[in-house]
Structures are given as structure tokens and as C-alpha cells.
Design a protein around this ligand. Structure first.
Ligand code: NAD
Ligand code: IPM
Ligand code: MN
Length: 368
């Protein structure tokens, strides 16, 4: 059997810096666990724009459709702020998500014990936290038509459209219920059914999917604004949260701070199964290209490394190896290693991106 294939799109800013550490870990699995991937690399975002005048070349898009999984670093940066909207770096990422039809975006927020004092919330509130936000990723206001900036009388109007079909809600709800069954068996669905018709439909469809096919899973509904408040007040009340594209974007950044840093949060974006049974998949950290620290060796590579752990689990059925990698991360944090984003007032000296990679590789060696 041929090796599973990975396409690496490191992107911009700290993307290539954190991805460098992931490449070392992929190499480790080949050398030490006989788990070898056929790795190819290409450009996305500003890097692709610089080379080709587009944030995602058609050849790269075609390659992404063929591989077993895509690993993405981050896209964007101030250098590209003035570009036309249609060629902005972020459009490359949105095209990948849309054309691969990656409708279910898994964003876990887990608080490692060693970081419980680093969260901006009290230790009690976050210690032991393990929640999963399932964000719908291919529809909603990110993609709805009409959209644009139009002339209306003698002024301009900016238009975006929140739009969800029943089938789009149905499929993401199912993915949330399936996940819940493997975890705490609880789903909280968030929308704004009090003010939006799309929210009313969302609530109805999620409830119907539940009643027909997942009555064993505990389901609750919450308005997304109240959900944001509850996420800060007592996040451990949640197991799986399922929500739309925009609310999921906001709620997952908020959830990141429960874990201590945006540099800690991985994600998996999954679509329908391919012919080989694996889901279409893209794995990326939740954070962006962090222009403020790019090129300084300060970036925390853990979100990107944990995204690769998710690839091991969700694309390659290597749950035990994913556990091994997550345990290695947990161990270096317990040993007190911190990148700059995880330094509080305690005077600990931060380590560099590469040093964090070194320590995780050493912990992987120790696990054998
Ligand atoms: P950001 O996530 O890049 O940075 C927010 C803050 O978090 C910054 O202070 C940054 O230094 C810090 N941070 C983020 N990741 C870190 C890490 N791994 N280690 C240490 N610190 C980290 O968000 P932003 O500043 O709003 O956006 C910058 C650019 O990234 C924009 O162009 C935006 O569109 C893009 N972006 C891309 C993605 C993506 O590629 N998936 C996600 C979010 C933002
Ligand atoms: C994310 C990012 C993206 C989003 C941007 C970069 C398109 O913020 O992955 O959370 O808004 O989805
Ligand atoms: Mn975001």
C-alpha cells in the first residue's frame, strides 16, 4: 500500500515558522513509528500572491482535492492589506474550505493543567476544561449572496447575507451529534433565533436531527450572545457546541483564551468521505499569521503541532499516535517550557519556536 499523502501549505508570517516544527514531527513518525507520509509543499495566501498573483493557484487547489489531508499554517499580513478583496490572502483559505466542501470545523479548547494559571480566567473555571466547538465552515454570512459594496442613492452600502439551507444545517448537526457520542454526549446549539430567520431554521433543523436520529444525546439551545457569556462564566458546562460560521469564528477565538493562548488552539476542517473512506480534510491552527511577532522565532508551534495530532486521529485512524503527541505536548508544558505568549508575571524565560519543537521531539523519544 502506498503511503498516505499530505500537502503542506505553510502560508505567511509565522505559518512557515510553526510548520517547520510540524515537519520535524512528521519526520519523527516516519523514522520512529514506521508511519511515513508522502509530503508535498505548495504556496497559499500572500506567498502564493507574490509568486502567481493569486492567493491560491488552480494547480494547488487541484492537488488539495487529491491528497489525503492538507496541513495549513496561516495566511495574511499587513503587506497585503491594500490588495483588492478578490486576491487577498484570506481568499485562498476560504476557497480551499469552500471547494473542498469542508463543512464541519472542529475547534477543541482544552486547558492543559500546567497552563490553568495562565488563562485570564480563574484556575477553577478552566482547569480540566475540554470542550469542542463545531463551526459550520462553508456557508452562512461568509458566502451568502447577495454580497458586495453597492451604490445606493448618493452613498455606498456594504452587503453580506446570512443564508443557510436545511441540508447545510442538517449535516453539520449530525457531525456534532456523532462527536458528542464519543465524548460527553452533550450538544449545545447556538444561534440567534430571537432575531434571525436563519437562526429559527437552524434551531428547528438541529432539534429535528436530534429527535429523529440522536435522541440519546442531550441537546440544549442557547442564543449565541448568551453563549459567549456562559463560555466565560462557566465553560465546563459545555461538551460540544455547534454553531454557524460567523458565531463559530468569534466563539472559538474567545475559547482560545480559556486555554491560555491563541497559540494553543488546533483545528480540523472535515468534509464528506472520499473514495478511500477518509474524509476530505484540512488541518490548521486557529490563530493567524501574527505579523507582530513574525520572523522573530517567538511563535508558539503547539497549535500547529496539535493540528497534526488531529490529522493523525481524524484522517489516519492513528488515535494512539495522536494521544502520544498530545501527551508529549502536555509533558513539556508540565516541565515548565513556555513560548513568549505563555509567559505571565512569573519571570520564566521564554523558549524559541525551535526550542519548543526540540523539547516535544525529545518527549516523543521518551514515550517509546
Ligand atoms: P493573529 O491570530 O494572527 O494574532 C492575534 C494575536 O495573537 C497577536 O498578538 C499574535 O502575536 C498572537 N498569536 C497568534 N498566534 C500565535 C502563536 N502561535 N504564538 C504566539 N502568539 C500568537 O490574528 P490577527 O492579528 O487578527 O490577524 C493577523 C493576520 O492573520 C490577518 O491578516 C488575518 O486575516 C490573518 N488570519 C489568518 C488566519 C488563518 O490563516 N487561519 C486566522 C486568523 C487571522
Ligand atoms: C479563522 C480565520 C479566518 C476566518 C479568516 C482568516 C478567513 O479568522 O480561521 O478563524 O474568518 O474564518
Ligand atoms: Mn478566526
Amino acid at each position: 500500500m502506498s503511503n498516505p499523502s499530505l500537502l503542506i501549505l505553510a502560508g505567511d508570517g509565522i505559518g512557515p515558522e510553526v510548520m517547520e516544527q510540524v515537519k520535524r514531527i512528521i519526520g519523527w513518525y516516519g523514522a520512529k513509528r514506521d508511519l511515513t507520509f508522502d509530503v508535498s509543499e505548495d504556496l497559499v495566501g500572500g506567498a502564493a500572491y507574490d509568486a502567481h498573483g493569486t492567493p491560491l493557484h488552480d494547480d494547488t487547489m487541484a492537488r488539495a482535492q487529491e491528497v489525503d489531508a492538507v496541513l495549513l499554517g496561516a495566511v495574511g499580513g499587513p503587506k497585503y492589506d491594500a490588495l483588492d478583496f478578490s486576491v487577498k490572502p484570506e481568499r485562498g483559505l476560504l476557497r480551499l474550505r469552500k471547494e473542498m466542501d469542508l463543512f464541519s470545523n472542529l475547534r477543541p479548547a482544552q486547558c492543559f493543567d500546567a497552563l490553568a494559571d495562565f488563562s485570564s480566567l480563574k484556575r477553577d473555571v478552566v482547569a480540566g476544561l475540554d470542550i469542542m466547538i463545531v463551526r459550520e465552515l462553508t456557508s452562512g454570512i461568509y458566502f451568502g449572496e447577495p454580497r458586495g459594496i453597492f451604490k445606493e442613492g448618493n452613498e455606498r452600502v456594504g452587503v453580506n447575507t446570512q443564508r443557510y439551507t436545511e441540508s447545510e444545517i442538517d449535516r453539520v448537526a449530525r457531525s456534532a451529534f456523532e462527536l458528542a457520542r464519543k465524548r460527553g454526549n452533550k450538544v449545545c446549539s447556538m444561534e440567534k433565533a430571537n432575531v434571525m430567520e436563519s437562526g429559527i431554521l437552524w434551531r428547528e433543523v438541529v432539534q429535528k436531527v436530534h429527535d429523529e436520529d440522536y435522541p440519546d444525546v442531550e441537546l440544549s439551545h442557547m442564543y449565541a450572545d448568551a453563549g459567549a457569556m456562559q463560555l466565560c462564566r462557566w465553560p465546563k458546562q459545555f461538551d460540544v457546541i455547534v454553531t454557524d460560521n460567523l458565531f463559530g469564528d468569534l466563539l472559538s477565538d474567545a475559547a482560545a483564551m480559556l486555554t491560555g493562548s491563541l497559540g494553543m488552539l488546533p483545528s480540523a476542517s472535515l468534509g464528506a468521505p472520499m473514495a478511500n473512506g477518509r474524509p476530505k480534510a484540512l488541518y490548521e491552527p486557529v490563530h493567524g499569521s501574527a505579523p507582530d511577532i513574525a520572523g522573530q522565532g517567538k511563535a508558539n508551534p503547539i497549535a500547529c503541532i496539535l493540528s497534526f495530532a488531529m490529522a493523525l486521529r481524524y484522517s489516519f485512524s492513528q488515535g494512539a499516535e495522536a494521544d502520544r503527541l498530545e501527551a508529549a505536548v502536555e509533558k513539556v508544558l508540565a516541565d515548565g517550557l513556555r513560548t513568549a505568549d505563555l509567559i505571565g508575571e512569573d519571570g520564566v524565560q521564554p523558549v524559541s519556536t525551535t526550542q519548543m519543537g526540540d523539547a516535544i521531539l525529545a518527549a516523543l523519544d521518551d514515550s517509546l
